[in-house]
Design a binder for this molecule. Sequence first.
Ligand SMILES: Cc1ncc(COP(=O)(O)O)c(C=O)c1O
Length: 415
Amino acid sequence: MDVFNKATTNLGPIGQYAKSIHGYWSFPKLEGEISTRMKFRGKEKLVWSLNNYLGLANHPEVRKADAEAAAQYGLALPMGARMMSGQTDLHEQLENELAAFVRKEAAYLLNYGYQGMVSIIEAMVDRHDVIVYDSESHACIIDGVRLHFGKRFVYPHNNIENLRKQLERATRITKETGGGILVITEGVFGMSGDLGKLDEIVALKKEFNFRLLVDDAHGVGTMGPTGAGTGEYLGVQDGIDIYFGTFAKAFASIGGFVASTKDVINYLAYNMRSQIFAKSLPMPLVVGGLKRLELIRNHPEYREKLWTISNALQKGLRERGFNIGNTQSPVTPVFLNGGPSEGANLAFDLRENFNIFCSVVAYPVVPKGVIIIRIIPTAVHTLDDVEYTLDAFTTIKQNLDSGKYSSGQFVNINQ
Ligand SMILES: Cc1ncc(COP(=O)(O)O)c(C=O)c1O
């Protein structure tokens, strides 16, 4: 058997649908400057699918800082991994400022959030330790857990009663092995927008001995009075032992960071394999990171605007009878109960006839028969954008209810 066979016979859970979705539902090309208006297949769309929460992607000061840093340093510097030849004052400065921002003793930069998270988990546990994690955790958490040689227990999403049971099991095991327990959850769950119950999880520390690692990719910059994230929003920032943030969303860049005690950060710097054996974050990303952090700290009005738009959108959708689940963050999912072709017709109508571009998630990413339209509000959207979108959703709901989307008229875009 040739290992290449699967490339033509078994394209994987999503890849098997590639012929009908590629270029439209998957791998769509959004063209032009990052903004609320971009071109898709040559036509301008109102875009609600970018995690540019605070509108920093195209902020003039950000663009200027990125361009000047690229001109001054190029993309090669520093040449090498942090430990070998990739350390600079500016990397350390950004780390110190990030640590202060999320109110932890120390922070360490990560080349990509994903690889960073995998290595944080791998480095923090050995075969004597037990991991307990939320069932809806991001793929990077799952990959980190996969590398763990010891026991791991999963609890159903945000089910604290079940988490308690898993902690009881984990405690019994660690009494025998002499290991510890690491609990992992997200701050803001990126698909559903609901929050990890960090306050309830932290309260469990009174009964159980464990450390808490929080992936706050969608929470950093967006949640809490100062943007320090979901822990700050829920009043339990100090109860988070290891805080993880990415630059891929509110920071509108690439890379990420981990923050914790000085000892833990020093330990991680010497033990995260994906960072030790990979090139350091290039200078423009570090200088650009400092500029973004400065803007996030000094302009709370960006976050306030994000929330004004998010609240107006979510209130309007709820009033119009849409099921948007339990979101408590800007992430706004619209759950549709129709069959898969109805969902696809509706999403297609929205994209082609109302020129609204949202991400659409269907089976096998979510259960059969469920379609999720995921809307990401940002600080650069306007209340007029919200009104237009709510009117469009009112019409598509009427169409859905009247059976207009039951026929196949909108599907098979690639045929
Ligand atoms: C919850 C969550 N964790 C981690 C990541 C990975 O971060 P990065 O894009 O920086 O690799 C993402 C996606 O960006 C995410 O949504």
